[in-house]
Write a protein that binds this ligand. Sequence first.
Ligand code: ADP
Ligand code: ZN
Ligand code: MG
Length: 485
Amino acid sequence: MEYESVIGLEIHVELATKSKMFCKCSTVFGEAPNTQTCPVCLGLPGSLPVANEKAVEYVIKSGLALGCDINLYSLFHRKNYFYPDMPKDYQISQYDQPLCINGLIDLDMGDYQTRIGITRIHLEEDTGKLIHVGGAGRIAGAEYSLVDFNRAGVPLMEIVSEPDIRTPEEAKAYAQKLRAILQSLGVSDVSMEKGSMRVDANVSIRPKGSAEFGTKAELKNLNSFRSLQRALAYEIERQTKALNEGRPEDIVQETRHWDEAKGITSTLRTKEYAHDYRYFPDPDLVPMEFTSDYVEYLRAQLPELPDERKQRFMREYGLPVHEANLLTESKAMGDFFEETVKLYKGDPKAVANWMLGDMSYYLNTEGLEIDETAVTPKHLAELLKLMDKGVISGKIAKEIFPEMFETGKLPQVIVEEKGMTQISNEEEIAKIIDLVLEENASTVEEYRAGKDKAFGFLVGQAMRLTKGRGNPQLINRLLREKLQE
Ligand code: ADP
Ligand code: ZN
Ligand code: MG
């Protein structure tokens, strides 16, 4: 039987407001435990929450950027459950009247385009953080647990997709595109590694062509785009095997934990249902009403979004669609590109080629984002200028790149320190070519007998003797001249 997978993502994003969702406490990350708390976010009796206007604005802006309808009447509900990371025994969240509904994200998958629906975006508060001590750092096997309420009450936006995603690759592309959109809005730093963007992936399988959905599992602990893709691929494989091997009982509605090191998912808990939470409107908070003027006022403030930027990159810099797509995958990548083009003043395609070639290679191997490295647009622009001026060859530039990447030294500094400047002195190159011709008499014969390939070999030999520093154009010209003598 052939199966197809059905995936829907629930993505939590911490909003970059200065203060928490319902109190004045700071949201700054990394302070001493429990120093950023007050009676409101500790849930002390008698304290009253007041909604953070900026957070509401951020969610509506996100909704507009994602093509949502904005509910002009919206309210907060209490989601009741007990867990030690939540001092009130309920989380203030939204239920049947969230701020935004009916959005979408268009994905360009290279070979095809697809549209993923967004069911809703709602605003809620984050929980505190539990630190499990002893064992493997997970609750199972821990000796005791500590709780830090600094994060409790930080504004959290939840973006729920329709089950429109069909492959792990689409899931990754969706999450990346969402991140790029939120980055351009500046509403969050949207980092999966730092936990300000947390992706839960719901996945089920069904016979290809079937209209009904299968039973889904929800995957948690996905700390990077790579783990999102890997965890989904594993889970799809697990469910497919269960059905093919006649064990449908292995697929139940549950939450499963992704183990990055082992590369497997395992049962965390069987899934709660909405009625377990006894949602009811929070009587401490007034409902929110917006005018359409207010919504249009926010819409007018939207910046250039990744799709628009991609179109502009194609138009303004003559980039092919694939390159434009990759360069707008994150805000930092697009900013780096444009900044470099401005400093370099040369061919934007050369900038794109370096960024998507050598640079992306190093970023991927080191697992870094472009703004987490020592390399700046100035570095890349200077490197390209050195090549254009003939100071270094493309080959030397490739050698310099990793060092520039690691140390943050400017390319001309590395070139000088290592004596890597290109040899463009005609006399010097001529001597080397004489040597090459002498040492490779038989190849010279072959060339004269009409074997064109021999020429390339001779160029290679001259390059080798100059340790890659010979000016390739000069070598080519002098070699041709000498061979014609
Ligand atoms: P729950 O009640 O478990 O929270 P929801 O219907 O609210 O489920 O959906 C939560 C997420 O799971 C959404 O992103 C949705 O698209 C996705 N989803 C729902 N049903 C399925 C399914 N059968 N397979 C995969 N994903 C699903
Ligand atoms: Zn507080
Ligand atoms: Mg739900």
